[in-house]
Each structure stands twice: as C-alpha cells, then as structure tokens.
Ligand binder design. Structure first.
Ligand code: ZN
Ligand code: ZN
Length: 312
C-alpha cells in the first residue's frame, strides 16, 4: 500500500454533459463538460439542461468547485440559475467560483437575479480576452485560450502536473529509511548518516502532464494549436460536419469537422472529441469521415460520454 501511494497514481474523469449548440434536442443538451479530479470538479459551460444531464450521469453537484465559462451566449450559460439554485438546495455553504472572459460579470449577474437568495457566495472573476492567462483550480493548472467568436470567448487547457516516480530500489541501496521517502518524493532534501540525499538521487525521469483541452465557439486561430499541443484529450466544437458548410461556419464564427481535425493533427493531441453540434445535424456520426480522414482518432461526442485519464 505504501509503495502505491509513493508511486502517486492519479486520474482525471472527463464527462461530456451536453453536446448541442444553439438549440437543445431530445437526448442532446447544450454545451457543458464536467472534469473531476481528486474528489472535486470543474464544470465548463452550463447550457440549458446541464443539471438534468448531471443528475442523469449521477455526478454530484456538491463536488463542483468552479464553473469555467467560455462565453456568454445563451447556449453556454442559461443552465446556470437552475444549477446554482439546486446546488443551494443541496445545502452548500462554501463559495463557488465562476470564471469567464472579460465583460461577462454584468451579463452573468443579470442572469443570476432570478436565483434570489443563494445560501453560498458566488464569486465571479474575469480573464483577459486577448492574451492567455494561467491559474490553478482543484489542483489543476489551467490556461485560457482567447478565441475568435462574435463576443469575447475563451477555450481552456487543464493540466495535471505529475511528479517523477519514486525509485524504491535506489532508496534501499542508499539505506534511506522508508519514513523519509515521502519527503524526498515531495521534493525535500533529507540527511541520512550525516549525508545529504537530494530528491534527484531517488526520483525517475520527468513525466508529461495529463492534459485536457476544451475549445468552443470559434474560428481556428493559431493560438489554439500552441496551447492545446500534446493534449491527451482535445474536446473541440464541430458545429457542422460537411465541408460544404464552411462559408456558413465562417459567417457564424464556428468550425466544421475538418477544421477541428486539422487542429488536432497540428497539435499532436492523442484523441479528439467533437461536440457543440448544430441542431441542423441530428446525426453527426454521418460526417465522422470528414474529420477521421484527417485525424484518425476522432470520436463523435454524445451526452454523458466519459473517459478516465490515468497517469502512466
Ligand atoms: Zn455555442
Ligand atoms: Zn457562441
């Protein structure tokens, strides 16, 4: 058991809560994604139907610490008042953070007037809309991605940095008592028999983080490629499947499947999940090939599709 803890296996659960854009359809609620790590959760966007889908997926509302908002279009925020009221009914008293692009506070506060009294504090913070910002929530490092849409809009990359593995064999060879192993794994020096042992003497190679990126609503911009680089999971809008709908996508500031796939390819991500489908496309799977011919590991998102990303 001790060895397992020292090894520090970590996991993040990602669940698509709603995969619709603009208008909800039966079985397809509006934009939202749930990311859980170490017993706490971040919700990205909160379109209409979010709380119903969370309930259906048996995802606890009490775990939600922070709600990241991409932008204040109705299909991304109108689920907020109902969700916050239900969270209040569940007895929450701890503050809840809402983080959104510049200019969102006024809009969100107007929306939340209908909540009346909430038994906890809602803290709204704004991020730059033109340059990326880094911050930490629930133990994950988050980087915002300024996007190109009709209003200020941000994507988000979430990373779990992993400490190098501890090498018990080396620690034993150096006669380091087991009770000091954790200190070394946490990056502290220890002294054994008047000799200083530094962490690099007993730790393995650096490890790449577990990385999840979420991008909607936008046209493709260079910054997306840079920030989502090497993501284990890249969740991206695919408003329309057919390449022939490109001009409509340009006009409405959205992306078609092949554009999302090109970003996935250029950014060297491991897996692409498409989401935020137009209501004019009831069966997005019909267009899978438009993306998969460019980036093979493409999956058509659906409500409550879920994946556990584990550290290696
Ligand atoms: Zn949208
Ligand atoms: Zn939008």
């Amino acid at each position: 058991m001790k060895l397992l803890q020292i090894k520090g296996d970590k996991m993040i659960n990602v669940t698509l809560i709603g995969t619709g854009g603009m208008i909800p359809l039966p079985g397809r609620y509006l934009a939202s994604c749930h990311i859980e790590y170490n017993g706490r959760a971040i919700l990205i966007d909160c379109g209409e139907g979010t709380q119903i889908s969370l309930h259906k997926g048996k995802l606890s509302l009490n775990k939600i610490d922070t709600i990241l908002i991409t932008h204040c279009h109705a299909d991304h925020v109108t689920g907020l008042p109902g969700l916050l009221l239900t969270i209040g009914n569940h007895g929450r008293t701890e503050p809840l953070n809402i983080i959104a692009p510049r200019g969102s506070t006024k809009i969100l506060n107007s929306l939340l007037v209908v909540c009346g009294f909430l038994p906890y504090e809602v803290r709204i913070a704004e991020l730059h809309d033109t340059k990326p910002q880094e911050f930490n929530q629930i133990g994950l490092k988050i980087t915002s991605i300024p996007l190109k849409h009709h209003i200020n809009c941000l994507g988000y990359s979430l990373e779990l940095n992993l400490r190098p593995h501890f090498r018990p064999e080396t620690a034993k060879e150096l006669n380091i008592p087991v009770k000091l192993w954790r200190l070394l794994h946490n990056g502290e020096d220890v002294v054994v028999d008047n000799k200083t042992i530094t962490p690099n003497m007993v730790l393995g190679n650096p490890r790449s983080p577990i990385k999840i990126s979420y991008v909607t609503d936008t046209r493709p911009v260079k910054l997306i490629d840079e920030i989502v680089k090497n993501s284990d999971l890249f969740i991206c809008e695919g408003m329309y499947g057919d390449d022939e709908q490109l001009s409509g996508a340009v006009e409405k500031m959205h992306m078609i499947f092949s554009e999302a796939a090109k970003i996935a390819l250029n950014s060297n991500v491991k897996e692409l999940w498409l989401t935020h489908f137009s209501p004019s496309m009831p069966s997005p799977g019909d267009y899978l090939e438009a993306a998969a011919s460019i980036f093979q590991n493409t999956v058509i998102g659906r409500d409550l599709m879920s994946k556990t990303l584990k550290s290696k």
